[in-house]
Ligand binder design. Sequence first.
Ligand code: NAP
Length: 251
Amino acid sequence: MGRLDGKVAIISGGARGQGATEVRFLTREGAKVVFGDILDEEGMKVEAEIRELGGEATYVHLDVTEEAQWQAAVQTAEERYGKLDILVNNAGILIRKGLEETTVEDWERIMDINAKGVFLGSKSAIPAMRRAGGGSIINISSTAGLVGSPNGSPSYTATKGAVRLLTKATAIQYAGENIRCNSVHPGPIDTPMIQDTINDPSRLEQRMQRLPLGRVGTTEDIAYGVLYLASDESSFVTGSELVIDGGTTAS
Ligand code: NAP
């Protein structure tokens, strides 16, 4: 028995990093997963890997800033797997620049992908969840959506703060329809997104000073949390913030 037997999910940004691990975890627990990204070659490889392991997953090209591509992904889930129960809004980018160095183009691009992308994903998925009798939306924010940090990116922080409160607004507005919505707040996770920090000993050392558990997180650390929020084990949980950060924001 899988923890997600009979469930159907969509995951954005699933070709690599945290999203790809979430595709692996959710299919392993019995969910059928439609996952998207703009990295088509990597996405097709993840799909083939899942199928070889006996899981059910379909890769689709999904630029989260394009409403029509979201609608197509939802249609694929309903046509191929019969319904939609779970949405993981995982895709995101980091533009690591200080406030004064951030251009208007940077600001618009990061807002488009990290904030508008989550809005469009939820907007597209909710009608299908309603048809399914309920659902669970999981929005990947960040510790940057909770607090500022000395070397952080203000534009990234702004997008992740937006995701945090969009989550609560969605939770409150759709609780009556049995659609839950929660945010996940990872600390530093070993993915391509932060390789510049991981490969720079002085920057890594600085970051470690704000990591009480003494290590960078893994994609599995986050996927376990997503799995919990996707499953019925969290059926009394909505509008909450699941912080998975090695203790960074505890002090
Ligand atoms: P990642 O390896 O860079 O994965 C993010 C994925 O999203 C990439 O495949 C990326 O493709 C894709 N993406 C970018 N723009 C997209 C778009 N317009 N439409 C669809 N997909 C797009 O990084 P990750 O660490 O797994 O990030 C997953 C989520 O966790 C993000 O929301 C991130 O902000 C959040 N997060 C990460 C950390 C961390 O330390 N890694 C910490 C806190 C929160 P490209 O490579 O082409 O951009």
